[in-house]
Write a protein that binds this ligand. Structure first.
Ligand code: ATP
Length: 134
């Protein structure tokens, strides 16, 4: 089976590196499937789960936006934050989800709703990865 080298990188450093048979990601324009030999491109990503498949193994990584870049020999995902399932602190994500939900329910002018909405999305995305849902 053909494979392509993939790297997930954040401002804090590399998060994941592997040779995989397929990459699935949620681009702004919709679901993306990348196989080895894909034409070069750059696509902005949504807050979502990226799946890396090789053989019967699928690794999940939670990313908060960023970009996916396909080059002939390599796929790079550059994201503000990215975590593999093992690196996600479930209690922290649950607390972040609760906090964001409370902010969204508050009828106060000083709440930044867009910011709370994004925090909620990040928390739900992290929980989905730990629960193997996507
Ligand atoms: P919180 O309110 O818990 O900080 P957040 O969504 O605001 O959550 P981010 O700004 O997206 O956090 O991330 C800040 C840093 O913390 C990043 O390095 C990210 O990978 C890490 N991080 C955030 N939430 C978790 C989590 N639940 N488990 C592990 N690492 C996390």
């Amino acid at each position: 089976m053909k494979t392509v080298k993939v790297n997930v990188v954040t401002p804090d450093g590399p998060v994941y590196e592997a040779d995989v048979e397929m990459i699935s990601a949620k681009a702004q324009s919709g679901e993306l499937g990348i196989l080895p030999g894909h034409i070069p491109m750059v696509a902005p990503l949504q807050i979502g789960v990226v799946r890396f498949k090789s053989g019967s193994n699928t690794e999940l990584v939670a990313v908060s936006g960023g970009f996916l870049e396909v080059r002939p020999e390599q796929v790079t995902i550059l994201a503000q934050t990215a975590e593999t399932a093992e690196d996600i602190d479930v209690a922290r994500a649950k607390a972040a989800k609760l906090r964001a939900e409370e902010r969204l329910q508050a009828k106060q002018d000083n709440v930044d709703f867009k910011r709370a909405e994004l925090a909620l999305k990040r928390a739900i995305n992290r929980l989905n990865v730990t629960e193997n849902r996507y």
